[in-house]
Write a protein that binds this ligand. Sequence first.
Ligand code: GLY
Length: 389
Amino acid sequence: MNQKSFLLTLIAVAVLSVSCQQKSWVDQSIDTAGYQLTMLADEIADSAKLPRSIRNGAVRLEDLYDWTSGFFPGSLWYMYEFTGDESFKSKAQQFTNLLYNLKEYRGTHDLGFMVYCSYGNGFRLTGDTSYVPVMVQTADNLISRFHPVSGTIRSWDFGEWQYPVIIDNMMNLELLFWASEHTGDPKYKEVAVRHADITMQQHYRSDFSSYHVIDYDTITGGVRSKGTFQGYADESAWARGQAWGLYGYIVCYRFTQDEKYLDFARNIASFIMKSVDTNDRIPYWDYNAPDIPDAPRDASAAAITASALFELSTFVEDGGSYFSYAETILKNLSGEAYLAKKGENKGFVLMHSVGHLPANSEIDTPLNYADYYYLEALKRYKELAVAAN
Ligand code: GLY
């Protein structure tokens, strides 16, 4: 063997060994997730409710109208996609079907999360056309919350605000983009684009960090206040809010190919990547939490960010830094500090997220959406690793 062939053989062995190592930790994580979600699904098999987190040592169950209701069925759909195992499919169908009456519901902007993560994944994976009317009707209900003067979709129907819109709402646009593509009717996409454009103007500061809640004036459409509900302070950067915005603008680019959304997403990504100063890249629940480094971490924000950055890495030529950052997050979430041991954590996959710290609710706990976006990130990572080999 000459020197050149020897070198090539060495490189091939190195690449193969890296890809085998990747396979092992990714596949082990998927295996753990499958074990956990099966345990949780079996435990609540007779319930008409869905698991959200742990409260007082027990699984916190919520009904279909809870904003997180789509994530557990969505995670089961991802497990079906990873494994092809029919038992995951039937569990995913069972828990998706619990959400059927959401098609009549207009009481929140979270309809996108609830229906796209559950029915959306089900339709994508099975092509079951009985899912489509639920999704389209939900998209109609979501755009019924659009206010043309402010140019935004109303988020919440509670509270003191006149017309609250939260950054999380960027996540509900995916259902609308899908509905326009599927039906050929542009009305859903038009609402999504208008909402995204106004949110760009009003929710973001000059450093590309985001406010959580903007209150609009229903008569003039102007801004009444900018602040927070779940973050540390009105001027702070609530970690999950930064992740929702990043993910949302990447989705906007995916569906529109409008470069302004790509540029915006890159700016948000830069803000996140320079602000999260933890070694493992799992952020504190709020970047400005006063008790850092003792503040709780938020694995959910990390999982959402990782999933978003994997997609962003595919849209740009210099996507390597996004990929590496997301890979660091994913490896750390897959380590013993965050990934549950089989049989523990009440069947949730990840530990250590924060739901609503100022309300003293869901602090340092599993959350079903941390699990959902973690599985999505694993899926995207796997697909990118396969494409690269
Ligand atoms: N959409 C609510 C949250 O992120 O907690």
